[in-house]
Write a protein that binds this ligand. Structure first.
Ligand SMILES: C[S@@+](CC[C@H](N)C(=O)[O-])C[C@H]1O[C@@H](n2cnc3c(N)ncnc32)[C@H](O)[C@@H]1O
Length: 222
């Protein structure tokens, strides 16, 4: 499947350590999520690409009671999430794609964190956003976090990211990873994110957060 980035083996096992090192302010961003979505009238959330459940965790432990559905195609990531939430009756995990979820059920809010930059802008990004829009009620907020920027922005912000990395990381690994981000992932410009969202049936998105190459976006289903 070319519209899926599978996280397996060491990549799945070491995922949480990896994000801690490589995404400055990631935990701050996650902590903001329940506040950002606090005006949601019915607290049922769709978490797309939920991985090991980092963002779900914030909603499980928030003051308000959320019904949370996480969907992710990587069995090893879903298995970690499932270990974490096996006793939470408000959490449903689906191993698969958004298209595996019923189109009848509509959610009142959604998240899409660190997924879109793995998909090519050849229809795959748009298809995922449309599939999400189809499963949200009108007015539902979608929060996104994604590597965003034109080539020059990404190049400059990768230099900033290098400065912010924790001490002690292996230099060869740093270079490999920076090179992979620059040349093998599929970030798009801010303008393109905006176009994609609107074409998929969302309002013009608002960039409310940035930490080096990572931008946080808020949009609403039209
Ligand atoms: C970098 S992880 C992000 C996990 C989680 N959102 C977080 O912030 O910790 C990317 C996740 O996206 C999932 N993924 C890849 N392709 C996908 C797709 N087409 N639809 C939904 N999830 C996808 C992967 O399996 C992986 O778990």
């Amino acid at each position: 499947m070319n519209n899926v980035e599978l996280f397996e083996n060491e990549r799945a096992k070491g995922y949480n350590q990896f994000v801690d090192a490589w995404i400055p302010n990631y935990h701050y961003f996650l902590d903001c999520l329940p506040k950002l979505l606090s005006k949601t009238p019915v607290k049922d959330l769709l978490v797309v690409g939920c991985g090991t459940g980092n963002e779900m965790d914030r909603f499980v432990h928030s003051a308000e009671y959320w019904s949370i559905t996480g969907v992710d195609p990587s069995p090893e990531m879903v298995s970690q999430a499932s270990d974490k939430f096996h006793s939470c009756e408000n959490v449903t995990l689906v191993e698969g794609l958004v298209t595996d979820l019923s189109i009848e059920k509509k959610y009142n809010a959604g998240t899409l964190l660190l997924v879109l930059h793995f998909l090519e802008d050849n229809g795959n990004k748009l298809a995922l956003l449309k599939d999400i829009a189809d499963r949200l009620v009108p007015g539902a907020t979608l929060v996104m976090l994604d590597i965003t920027g034109n080539k020059n922005q990404i190049r400059q912000n990768l230099k900033v990211l290098r400065l912010l990395l924790p001490d002690g990381l292996d230099e060869a690994q740093i270079s490999n990873r920076l090179n992979r981000i620059e040349n093998e992932l599929y970030p798009v410009s801010e303008e393109r994110i905006s176009e994609l969202c609107q074409e998929a049936g969302f309002e013009e998105p608002l960039r409310f957060f940035q930490s080096s190459i990572y931008m946080g976006w808020l949009t609403r289903k039209k």
